[in-house]
Every structure is written in structure tokens, then in C-alpha cells.
Design a protein around this ligand. Structure first.
Ligand code: HEM
Length: 512
């Protein structure tokens, strides 16, 4: 009887949602056309035509099919706009930045999975403004990002050490390097192994972002009242998933925050971004300041770890696939650094080729192919087309970075596209800005990301010859260069072999 009553209520709510979506569909009719896009039916919109994986590739194909850099579709009553060119991105996210600075509401992540503290997902409100201000102060390009270079270099060298000890687990070693780096910079907490409770907890929490970070993956993002459905109901697997993930997400932000606060009180806190913030706001911060501090610090782990991890794996993959490029980069390394010392971040200015290789890695297989979704807060018009208020606006970074009108042979890994004829960085080359997004929500950690990727790449290149794995008969195993789909895209596991380049690699690393 209890179940029948519940089913009746859910059925009625679904019917009510259906009617309200139909009314919304009608009321949204406008005298200006929408941007072009796939066929739309009442209520469901284009829901059944949407790609289930590697959406960025389909969106680019649609963009060419409709001869339009901006696309529009609806799914279950929710409007979506896809931006496929640098020009449209500038026009919407930069020139009308206040209008496009919001994020879509994502009940699955924010309300059910415990991620509401995350700056990257927060609506454009006062909590976000304060948290972003704190974050930017400690991570922006210039003195703030330079302050983290020593830790970045230490962690990159420990990565080499870990690979020397066990050359078969690149993915795990790189992952640990970034976990360690962020815990140290942000909280002053030392992490030694992947089994560290902060790392294992963060990993579980991050799984939710991968699974639910793109709007539309879970129906509850389109029909928000579904979040009230009891977890035991058939079809409510999302509630059971969320329950498991939410305690990890909350612990990820609140746990280290409490540890550092107590350490600051006890006078034992190591220097870190959070210690600086806690000291700045004093003994009695307001609730809003306290929330902004834990948001800013917690977001650093979420935003930095998987993205930079993906970029570093792409660097290794590219070196394996393009040995000639690796040889050229290593020749530059030999000229500038040689064998008797390890590379430093100050070498970056003398090594334009490696810098171009890193930029190309970010362009070629960008870690966030659809960036992070935006939301437009008022009706808008672009090129004579109507963009309805509340639309989720998706930056198709991948399409922009693979636009053949800008990048010749975009699928080729070619660092030369960022270099002049005499091998210097070409300041007139199109900047791959889409890697880090546009406007008020653009990545505030881009300088840290670029430095970290560079020193990790330089340390790996200095220490190892990166090649294909060999089978038992000694034949090279063909490298599959597939990429995962999800919010963060990264190379599917591939066969690699990392061989130390010279005898003193281990000695130098041990002596650091
Ligand atoms: C290769 C590595 C990275 C890539 C490709 C990347 C890319 C991005 C992109 C595309 C966005 C969304 C921009 C938009 O909404 O238009 C973003 C947001 C963000 N990133 Fe990064 N990022 C990287 C590393 C980092 C690092 C190392 C940090 C911190 C030190 C960081 C902190 C953030 C934060 C806090 C946001 C949210 C901004 C907001 O919503 O206001 N990112 N990132």
C-alpha cells in the first residue's frame, strides 16, 4: 500500500513535469529564431539524438553540418547552447561576461553528492565572489604562482624517483604527484603514499564529478524534484550512488580545513595557502568568510589534480607516438641543462621547444574538452538568434582547439605551430585560450597548471627515454591513442616503456 501510494505520487509528479515542460516549450517560442541544431520534439526536445560519449566531436560535426559556430538544442525542457568557435566564445563569455558567469544548477552534484562548496560549480553569487577572490590572490600568474615553484619542482623530482623504483605504474605515480603537490601547497599537509586517507577520500569524491559533472548525465539534473525520490525506490540508483559519494565530498573540503585551523591555533601549521587565509581573516571570521576559505582550498584539489594529471599523461603519450619530437626536445634539454643537474623552472625561458610541446599537449588532447558549463542569466541575442535566459552554455573547447580554420591538420601533434622559423615562441600564433576557458569563470590556476606541467614534462624528458612497450618477443606493442569521455578526458591506458637515459639519473635524484 505504501509502495502504491509512492508510485501514485511519483506518477502524478511526472505527469505534472510533462505538462509544465510542454507549457515551457510553448512559452519559449520567440520571434527570433534559435541558433540551428538537431531536430527538436515537444517536451523531450533532442534528448534522444544526443551523443552519449565524446560529445565534443559530435557537436563539432553538427556545427559544420549546420554551418554555424553556435548550436541550440533542448533536452527535457532545458535549453542548451553550444559554442564552437573562438569568436563566439569571445563575444559571449568575454564581451558579455556578466551575463554568462553563472553555472547551471546541478542537483545531482550540488544537492545530492555534497559538492555545493566547490567554486567551479557555484552559482555566480557573493559566496563565489569571495571564494574566487581568495583563490585568485594565491594562485594567479605572477608572484602568487611563482611562490609555488619550489614545491612543483620537488614533486616533479619525486615523480622521477617513483618511476625509477617502479616504471610500470605511470598513471598512479603521476596521480600521486599532483595529489601530493596540491595538499602541500594548499594545506601544508605532507602526503607520502597513495594510501594516505586524504588522497583515498578525495579520489572517491572526485569519482562523482567524473560520473555526474556534465549536465544531462543524470535525469535529476533535468527534473530537479526527482532528488526527493526515496533512495529505496526502483530506478533511484542515483540516490544510492549520491549517498555513497556525498560524505567523501564533504570530508574533502571540511576535513583538511579543520586540521589546518587547529594547527594554526596550536602554532604548528606549515606555510600554505590556507594558513595564509586563516591568518588573514583572524580568529573570528564570519560564516561567509569561513565557507569561502574552505571552498577555495577544497576546490584547488578538485580543479587541479585530474586536469594536470591528464595533461602530463598526454605529454608522455605524445612523446611515445612522436619520437622525432622527443629527440628534438631532448637535444634542447642537453644544450640548456646537460646531464649534471636537473631541470628547473627558470630554464623554461631558454627552452621554447619544450614549452611549445607542452602547449601543444594542452591543445591536442585538452583535459576538459567541454570546459565547465556556464548559464546565461538573461535573454540574449547572438547574430540575430535568440538565446533564452537560463540556457546551459557549453564551451566546446575541443572544437575550438581542433578548428582547421585556425590550426592546420589539427589532429597532428605539432609543437611547430607555436614556434617561429628560428625556433622561438611565436607570439603571433593563435593562443589556445580555450584550454582554460573564458570570461569571469576562466581558470584561475592556469599559470600554476602550465608551470607544473612544464616541470613534470622537463623532469620526465631529462630522466627517461619514452618509447613503446615491447612484447615477450621484443616486438614493439602498437600504441592505441584512445581517450576517455567524461568531464576530464585522459589517455586510455597505453603501452609505454620509460628507460633511464644515463647512469647518473638515480644518483642525482637520490641526492636532491
Ligand atoms: C591543465 C590543467 C588545467 C586545465 C586544462 C584547466 C581548465 C579549466 C577550465 C576549462 C575551467 C573552466 C573555465 C570556464 O568555466 O570557462 C577551469 C576552472 C577552474 N580551474 Fe582550472 N584547469 C587546469 C588546472 C587548474 C589548476 C592547477 C588549478 C588550481 C591551482 C585550477 C583551478 C580552477 C578553478 C578554481 C576553476 C573554477 C573557476 C570558477 O568557476 O570560477 N585549474 N579550469
Amino acid at each position: 500500500m505504501h509502495d502504491v501510494a509512492h508510485s501514485f505520487i511519483i506518477g502524478s509528479l511526472l505527469a505534472a513535469s510533462f505538462v509544465s515542460m510542454l507549457l515551457m516549450y510553448r512559452s519559449r517560442r520567440h520571434k527570433l529564431p534559435y541558433p540551428p541544431g538537431p531536430r527538436r520534439l515537444p517536451v523531450v526536445g533532442s534528448a534522444f539524438h544526443l551523443p552519449k560519449e565524446h560529445e565534443w566531436i559530435t557537436y563539432k560535426q553538427w556545427s559544420r553540418l549546420h554551418n554555424s559556430d553556435i548550436l541550440y538544442y533542448e533536452s527535457w525542457g532545458n535549453p542548451f547552447v553550444i559554442v564552437n568557435s573562438h569568436e563566439v566564445a569571445l563575444d559571449l563569455f568575454e564581451r558579455r561576461s556578466a551575463l554568462y558567469a553563472d553555472r547551471p544548477r546541478m542537483p545531482m552534484l550540488n544537492d545530492l553528492c555534497g559538492w555545493s562548496w566547490d567554486l567551479g560549480l557555484m552559482p555566480y553569487n557573493d559566496d563565489w565572489k569571495l571564494g574566487r577572490k581568495m583563490f585568485t590572490k594565491h594562485f594567479r600568474a605572477g608572484a602568487a604562482s611563482v611562490a609555488h615553484r619550489e614545491e612543483e619542482t620537488r614533486c616533479a623530482r619525486e615523480l622521477v624517483r617513483d618511476i625509477l623504483r617502479d616504471p610500470t605504474d605511470l598513471y598512479e605515480h603521476v596521480r600521486l604527484m599532483y595529489g601530493k603537490l596540491i595538499m602541500s601547497i594548499t594545506y601544508g599537509i605532507d602526503v607520502e603514499s597513495a594510501g594516505d586517507p586524504y588522497i583515498t577520500n578525495a579520489r572517491k569524491a572526485l569519482f562523482a564529478i567524473t560520473a555526474a559533472g556534465n549536465v544531462g548525465t543524470y535525469l535529476v539534473d533535468s527534473i530537479p524534484w526527482l532528488k526527493y525520490v526515496p533512495a529505496w525506490m526502483p530506478g533511484a540508483q542515483f540516490k544510492r550512488d549520491a549517498r555513497e559519494w556525498s560524505s567523501c565530498a564533504e570530508e574533502m573540503a571540511y576535513g583538511p580545513y579543520r586540521t589546518v585551523r587547529e594547527a594554526v591555533r596550536a602554532g604548528t601549521a606549515k606555510p600554505s595557502v590556507l594558513r595564509a587565509l586563516v591568518e588573514e581573516y583572524g580568529e573570528a571570521p564570519t560564516k561567509q568568510q569561513e565557507y569561502a576559505m574552505l571552498s577555495a582550498a577544497g576546490t584547488a584539489y578538485e580543479a587541479a589534480s585530474e586536469t594536470t594529471w591528464s595533461a602530463t599523461l598526454t605529454f608522455v603519450l605524445a612523446m611515445v607516438l612522436y619520437p622525432d619530437i622527443q629527440t628534438k626536445a631532448y637535444e634542447e634539454m642537453q644544450r640548456v641543462v646537460g646531464n649534471d643537474r636537473l631541470p628547473e623552472l627558470v630554464d623554461q625561458v631558454s627552452m621554447p621547444y619544450l614549452t611549445a610541446v607542452c602547449t601543444e599537449a594542452l591543445r591536442w588532447r585538452t583535459p576538459l574538452p567541454l570546459a565547465v558549463m556556464h548559464r546565461v542569466t538573461k535573454d540574449d541575442i547572438h547574430a540575430g538568434c535568440h538565446i533564452p535566459k537560463g540556457s546551459t552554455v557549453v564551451l566546446n573547447s575541443w572544437a575550438i582547439l581542433h578548428d582547421e580554420r585556425v590550426y592546420t591538420d589539427p589532429d597532428e601533434f605539432n609543437p611547430g605551430r607555436f614556434l617561429t622559423k628560428d625556433g622561438q615562441l611565436d607570439t603571433s600564433a593563435p593562443e589556445p585560450a580555450a584550454v582554460f576557458g573564458f570570461g569571469r569563470r576562466a581558470c584561475p590556476g592556469s599559470a600554476v597548471a602550465q608551470d607544473t606541467l612544464w616541470i613534470a614534462a622537463a623532469s620526465l624528458l631529462w630522466a627517461f627515454e619514452m618509447g613503446c612497450a615491447r612484447d615477450t618477443t621484443g616486438r614493439e606493442v602498437e600504441v592505441r591513442a584512445g581517450y576517455t569521455f567524461g568531464v576530464v578526458s585522459y589517455p586510455e591506458p597505453f603501452g609505454y616503456a620509460l628507460r633511464p637515459r644515463c647512469g647518473n639519473v638515480a644518483t642525482l635524484i637520490a641526492s636532491m
